[in-house]
Design a protein around this ligand. Structure first.
Ligand code: NAD
Length: 304
């Protein structure tokens, strides 16, 4: 749910996000396709139970061909309301492990460590500086894991309350949200909205590694190549942020999360394989991730 400026902007985002879901699921080894819905509304002011129930009826009308879950602007309490209308709403305690964000955060943390190991030879985060942009459901969880692992944090959010919490709990330094990509950090961890890596911001980056949760981080395909040319190691967004969908797909109610955690921790191995192949083939990491996902999609049996 987001206050898109126009239906065109919302449709563009839904199409980009649904493509990302297809590739994310394929790369994570999940036998799901890819779909996404967006609601044009401001989650702070426009969200009502009636609106969420109406959304539930839309999802139900698709008869299970589309499964919905939490994302930007929609939390687990909202999904509980949607799931009162349709069984095709996951990410609740009744259907599985509930809020997927902690698993997304765990996957991002694991992927970030794999990127550090690929660049520096070991994955020790102690003393490393990481700039976390966006301290929402995922970003705050990533910040906590990084802090516990000894990383020094720089944080940015348009929400002053979240920033104050990160300062109080993690001793984080603060930077202006508009300048987060320019922060003098070893790692930049984008956990806000997409398209933050573009022709304007890439030349201004100071971190050598980008590893964060945001969907659609690259504004376009050329930006993946620009990052490689600049010597910046980029963890492809849909590879590193798959923890949430893994928890939704594999989590069962009333079971512990052992199977889910194992699958989420494997994100580190997937990223290491992407980084190595990108080096061997001298290609952008995003292009290699696309190839891996497409290879799995093409090998899948076609429906009769
Ligand atoms: P969220 O809405 O809880 O958090 C987003 C945070 O970013 C908010 O605190 C918001 O104030 C902040 N923000 C917005 N614009 C900003 C800006 N210009 N500069 C700095 N901060 C800004 O969302 P979330 O669930 O934490 O998701 C974060 C990102 O991760 C999104 O791109 C989402 O699509 C992606 N993602 C989330 C999940 C999940 O499990 N929640 C899974 C995969 C991908």
């Amino acid at each position: 749910m987001w206050p898109y400026a126009s239906p065109h902007e919302a449709l563009t985002d839904a199409l980009r996000l649904s493509r990302g879901m297809t590739y994310k699921n394929a790369l994570a080894g999940l036998d799901l396709g890819g779909g996404k819905s967006v609601i044009i509304a401001d989650p702070k002011h426009d969200k009502t139970p009636e609106l969420l129930r109406a959304f539930g009826h839309h999802v139900e009308s698709l008869g299970g061909r589309y499964i919905t879950a939490e994302d930007v602007g929609i939390n687990s309490a909202d999904m509980e309301i949607v799931s009162s209308i349709t069984p095709h709403a996951l990410g609740t305690k009744a259907t599985g492990l509930g809020d997927p964000s902690p698993y997304t955060a765990l996957g991002v943390f694991t992927g970030l460590k794999a990127a550090v190991a690929h660049r520096r030879g070991d994955d020790d985060l102690a003393g490393l500086s990481v700039c976390v942009q966006g301290l929402g459901n995922v970003g705050f969880g990533v910040a906590r894991l990084l802090h516990d692992a000894g990383a020094r944090l720089i944080v940015a959010d348009i929400d002053g309350v979240a920033v104050a919490r990160a300062v109080a709990e993690f001793g984080a330094r603060v930077t202006d949200p508009r300048d987060a990509h320019k922060a003098p950090a070893d790692v930049f961890c984008p956990c806000a909205l997409g398209a933050g890596l573009n022709a304007r911001t890439i030349p201004e980056l100071r971190a050598g590694i980008i590893a964060g949760a945001a969907n659609n981080q690259l504004a376009g395909e050329a930006d993946g190549a620009a990052l490689r040319e600049a010597g910046i190691l980029y963890a492809p967004d849909y590879a590193i942020n798959a923890g949430g969908v893994i928890s939704i797909a594999l989590g069962k109610p009333d079971e512990d999360d052992t199977i889910v955690r194992k699958a989420v921790l494997a994100i580190g191995d997937t990223l290491t394989a992407i980084f190595r192949r990108a080096d061997a083939e001298n290609r952008p990491t995003q292009a290699v991730a696309d190839s891996l996902a497409e290879e799995r999609l093409n090998a899948a049996p076609r429906p009769a």
